[in-house]
Design a protein around this ligand. Structure first.
Ligand code: SAH
Ligand code: SF4
Ligand code: F3S
Length: 436
């Protein structure tokens, strides 16, 4: 029998990217292979994000687009997974009756059963937070070869309840996967060609599946032969313990790049966001990290226009950014999320938010560009990932996560090489092989 075809579209964070890979592999066991074209699919699965209003609305407009396909081929099955599935559950089927299946992020191991049910003509809904670990119940990873970089989820959920954020409601309480399973999966990935692993978690540094927490896990992973690079994301400042700070100085395989969101620089706003630390505490933490690893590149997330944010509060965020100097950053206008405490507070007008976002992004872009330009003339190590657009060109990432283009014969994906940076463009660097 010809394999059935599965089209998965992924929104949101890297954890969704990882989940989509694992779902595709699990559905492989049910006779599905993936396709890039929704028109060819027997099943369409949207893996969704609920973090901001726009992200959630995208799901409904995307579903609208599949109406024609579904009426032409009624046996096409349509499913919604991810954080919108968790947050809206049945409501999705009410708003879009052509949806057959709704599955929340902690129930993906039940997807094969749910698929059988909808194949038989029924509807399937599962938004439980079951006790078992979904990844242990999803079918094993196939042995197929894969690219040099991979994500590996080690921790899920969040207990922090920042006043603006839906994640604790959509992903549930913090849980860590046992280190033994993580290590097994990492070895398996390395056998399949992976040389760099990014450990994922909504609060990855709250990981406690290994003695010594995330630092303990990183040191254990560093022993895996053939694994050359380790990264992790996303961290909360309050879970950055001494051992993890130290690991940045002592573990060669841990890359000198850290995503450490602070969201705002005003203590009043930080308090109302329920971030549980001050701007000063964050700056002291950065100092300790830089003492452990002086060339550490920092990245962050920022929200502008949080309820009751004044111009002075916003200036405090700008001051904090000036003090830190970020190598990269993500910034967003505050978006009201139903059911979160901040949604009940007096809102900042939209044009104010727009104006602040523009000023903030101008500053962040300037910093990003100046740190990138400062790489010119320096040697970096590049892990090559794929061919570039020009003939004979390869693209990879430096230890600082800059994209680097190199024109050279004989480099293959998965190769690591020392590269001398010669120039810096808007989004990437160019370099030459420097074997000396
Ligand atoms: N666990 C991570 C963040 C996950 S959400 C952390 O604590 O950093 C990713 C980013 O989306 C957040 O860091 C925040 O900057 C942004 N975000 C979350 N909720 C938001 C909202 N309601 N409006 C605008 N941005 C939001
Ligand atoms: Fe959301 Fe805060 Fe948890 Fe991050 S730490 S996921 S921002 S509640
Ligand atoms: Fe979005 Fe859920 Fe990730 S809300 S950012 S997909 S945890």
């Amino acid at each position: 029998m010809a394999p059935k075809k599965l089209y998965i579209k992924t929104y949101g964070c890297q954890m969704n990217v990882y989940d989509s890979e694992r779902m595709a592999e699990a559905m492989g066991g049910e006779g599905y292979e993936t396709t890039e074209r929704p028109e060819d699919a027997d099943m369409i699965l949207l893996n969704t994000c609920h973090i901001r209003e726009k992200a959630a609305e995208k799901v409904y407009s995307e579903l609208g687009r599949y109406k024609g396909l579904k009426s032409a081929r009624p046996d096409l099955k349509i499913g919604v997974a991810g954080c919108v599935a968790q947050a809206e559950g049945e409501e999705i089927m009410r708003r879009q009756p052509m949806v057959d299946l709704v599955v929340g992020p902690q129930s993906y191991h039940r997807l094969p059963e749910m698929e059988a049910k909808v194949r038989g003509g029924g509807k399937a809904l599962d938004t439980d937070f079951p006790e078992e670990d979904k990844f242990d119940h999803l079918k094993g990873r196939p042995k197929a070869k894969r690219g040099p970089t991979a994500f590996l989820t080690v921790q899920e959920g969040c207990d922090k309840f920042c006043a603006f954020c839906v994640v604790p409601y959509t992903r549930g309480a913090e849980v860590s996967r046992p280190a033994e399973r993580v290590l097994r999966e990492a070895r398996d990935l390395v056998e399949r060609g992976v040389r760099e692993i990014t450990l994922l978690g909504q609060n990855v540094n709250a990981y406690h599946g290994h003695a010594g927490g995330l630092a303990g896990l990183i040191h254990a992973l560093a022993e895996v032969d053939g694994l050359e690079r380790i990264r992790f994301t996303t961290s909360h400042p309050n879970d950055m313990d001494e051992a993890l700070i130290e690991a940045h100085g002592t573990c060669d395989k841990l890359m000198p790049y850290l995503h450490l969101p602070v969201q705002a620089g005003s203590d009043k706003i930080l308090k109302r966001m329920n971030r549980q630390h001050t701007a000063e505490q964050y700056l002291r933490l950065i100092e300790r990290l830089r003492a452990a690893r002086p060339d550490l590149h920092l990245s962050g997330d920022f929200i502008v226009g949080f309820p009751e944010e004044t111009e002075a509060d916003f200036q405090a965020t700008m001051d904090l950014i000036e003090a830190v100097e970020y190598g990269s950053a993500f910034s967003f206008k505050y978006s009201e999320r139903p059911g979160t405490p901040a949604a009940e507070r007096p809102q900042v007008p939209e044009d104010e938010k727009d104006d602040r976002l523009q000023r903030l992004q101008a500053l962040l872009t300037k910093q990003q560009r100046s740190l990138q330009d400062a790489m010119v003339g320096r040697d970096v190590h590049v892990l090559f990932e794929k061919p570039g657009r020009l003939p004979g060109q390869m693209v990879g990432k430096s230890e600082y996560l800059h994209a680097v283009h190199v024109q050279a014969e004989g480099i293959a994906p998965g190769d690591l090489a020392r590269i001398r940076i010669e120039s810096s463009g808007p989004n990437s660097l160019k370099g030459v092989m420097n074997p000396l």
